[in-house]
Write a protein that binds this ligand. Structure first.
Ligand SMILES: [Zn+2]
Length: 395
């Protein structure tokens, strides 16, 4: 059965056939068939379909692709957030709090939280989400997190090397051996990606050599690489990501000229390079300086935007909020921000079937109660998502 979505005020396709950037078609229509985009263009030229749906002049864009989240966990760190915002001393354990709660939680508790967050994301227009492990930091809990994440999305990431857990504080090499040995063996069957928090400035994160060991072990096990890097201070994360051919390096808050050159250079030979994924909801929630998006864009580096939804450094699941932050705080244009939240996220996940509305792409669509995409940043905090379609069906 084919479905004609018509009377679209503005259609964002990210399809070069409809022009550069967002590939916007005004007064548009879309034909969906068998879960895929069959046709896009001006409504007056739309072909016939079995069913027609009038979208009342609303804006339609590709479903958001949230390429970085930590949405399977237990516990809550609201008190830590409040303390950070008010300058009160806080003696909580930070990520160790979440690790302890996640280890102690039953499988059903973890599954229910993950399902609820993914549902919350879908209701806000996110049709593709990546989910990481990293709050288990032991073999059984990491594998449990990834089994649950795999029920929720195909984009699952093994992040056993999130931090060094307290019991390995005096044996970092032993923890890297665990992560690259038995933990990897238990987790790789449930994961598509290998990730590491490469941040030598943080004592519980991983230095360049440790991070390289983790990434190469994951790649030998058949996983694709992505990296947490350069969040808290300048460091080797970005260049290591480019060195191993990672699809994305995430955070990119503290970059040297050499880092920017390495990212730009990764795209020069025609092959897919390393995307710079920016997570401004973390800088918002930790009251930290934002990444310099304009510097990356000026160098021609593809930029993705994602939520990093997690209980500690930023607990927003809203891609609309991230778009608004990118525009207001990082000086991205609304069009750049929407591209980065859709096509950019797809590039960061090396996916060519989501993030745009080219013919043949998955029919994952977000319909806004707004005439155009500018409203995402122009009306921050307002729930503008009218309806969401995934694989050609309204959800
Ligand atoms: Zn993260």
């Amino acid at each position: 059965m084919s479905v004609l979505l018509t009377n679209i005020g503005e259609l964002v396709t990210n399809d070069p056939e409809h022009g550069a950037g967002l590939g916007v078609v005004p007064r548009a229509a879309v034909v969906v068939e068998a879960g895929r985009i069959a046709w896009t263009g001006p409504a007056t030229r739309a072909p016939a379909a079995d069913v027609a749906v009038d979208l009342g002049g609303r804006c339609v864009l590709p479903g958001f692709v949230d390429s970085h989240s930590h949405t399977v966990f237990a516990g809550d760190r609201a008190a830590e957030f409040a303390a950070r915002m008010t300058g009160e001393p806080y003696t909580g354990g930070g990520i160790a709090t979440t690790v302890a709660a996640t280890r102690a939680a039953g499988e059903e508790t973890l599954r229910a939280r993950g399902q609820a967050l993914v549902r919350e994301m879908l209701g806000q227009g996110t049709t593709t989400v990546e989910i990481k492990s990293g709050y288990g930091q032991d073999v059984a809990t990491e594998a449990r997190m990834l089994r649950i994440a795999r029920e929720l999305t195909p984009e699952t990431t093994f992040l056993g090397a999130h931090t060094v857990p307290a019991e390995y504080a005096d044996d970092r090499a032993g923890y890297v051996e665990l992560v690259t040995g038995p933990m990897l063996a238990a987790c790789a069957p449930h994961a598509r990606w290998i990730d590491v928090f490469c941040e030598p400035a943080a004592t519980t994160a991983f230095d360049e050599d440790e991070a390289r060991t983790v990434l190469l072990a994951g790649m030998r096990a058949g996983l694709l690489a992505r990296v947490h890097g350069n969040q808290l201070a300048p460091g080797p994360g970005v260049r290591l990501a480019v060195e191993v051919g990672a699809a994305s390096v995430d955070h990119c808050t503290h970059l040297s000229d050499a880092d920017v050159d390495a990212l730009a250079g990764s795209w020069t030979e025609g092959a897919a390079g390393t995307v710079a994924t920016l997570l401004p909801a973390v800088e918002f929630s930790t009251r930290s300086p934002y990444p310099d998006a304009r510097r990356l864009l000026a160098a021609g580096v593809p930029v993705a935007l994602a939520t990093d939804c997690n209980p500690g450094s930023g607990y927003s699941s809203s891609m609309s909020f991230v778009v608004a932050l990118a525009v207001r705080e990082m000086r991205m244009s609304p069009a750049e921000a929407v591209w980065s939240a859709t096509a950019g996220g797809a590039a960061a996940l090396r996916r060519d079937d989501v993030g745009d509305l080219r013919v043949g792409a998955r029919a994952d669509l977000t319909v806004l109660d707004a005439p155009n995409h500018l409203y995402l940043a122009y009306r921050p905090g307002v729930p503008l998502v009218h309806e969401v379609w995934k694989d050609g069906a309204q959800v």
